[in-house]
Ligand binder design. Sequence first.
Ligand SMILES: N[C@@H](CCC(=O)N[C@@H](CS)C(=O)NCC(=O)O)C(=O)O
Length: 218
Amino acid sequence: MADGRLVIGTKRYSSWSLRGWLMVHMAGLDVEEVLVPLAGGGGTQEIKAISPNGLVPYLEHLGARIWESIAIAEYCSEIAPTLWPADRIARAHARSIAAEMHAGFRALRMAMPMNLGRSFPGKGRNPECLADIARVEAIWAEALAAHTGPFLFGRAFTLADAMYAPVVTRFLTWQPELSDATKAYCQAVRAHPLVDRWYREAAAEPQEWLLEKYENPA
Ligand SMILES: N[C@@H](CCC(=O)N[C@@H](CS)C(=O)NCC(=O)O)C(=O)O
C-alpha cells in the first residue's frame, strides 16, 4: 500500500500540478496519483471537496497534509535534502527564486497558460507579460552563469528547476523572443526524464478533458 496520495489536475494544463508532481517524484515518495480533470475557471468541485485550499497539487503522506506547491517543495526537501543545492548561499538563492515564482508572474501565467499539446507562436504578448518574461530570463541568466548549467544550480535538477518547469513549457508553447541561454535551459528542462514523462502522460489524456478556453485562446 502506498504511503499517501498526490492529487493533481489535468496534466496538459495544470502547471501547479506539474510542480508538485515533479517534487514528489524527485523525492521518491511512494504515493498514489489521484488525477482530477480540471473543469476550467477554477470550478473543479471534486478538488474543492478534497483539498484544504480547494486547489491542486495536494499531498497526503504518512499523516502529513501539505498544500501550496512551495510547502510541498519544503516537505520533499525534508525527505530528500539534496533537492536544494548543498551550498548555503546557493540554497538561499534557490529558495528565493522558487518563492518569487510561487508568489508572482501573474501576467505571464494569465497571458500564456500552460497547454502541452499546442503551439501559439507570436500570441499572448502584452507589456506586463513581457516584463515578467524579462524578469524570468534575468533570474535564469544569473543562476546559469553562476553555476554553469545545464540546470539553474548546476548539473542537478533542483526544486528551483521544478518551480520553473511550467514556465519552460509556456515558453515552448507560446514561443516569445528569448535569449540563446534561455532556449538552451528550456531544452535541458524539456529533456529531463520526469518532464518528458509528464508530457507523454499529458498527450495520452482523453479528448473529453480538453477545454475550449485553453485550446483556442483569444
Ligand atoms: N498557490 C497554489 C496554486 C495552485 C493552483 O492554482 N492550482 C490550480 C490548477 S493549476 C487549481 O487547483 N485550480 C482549481 C480548479 O481549476 O478548479 C500552489 O502553489 O499550489
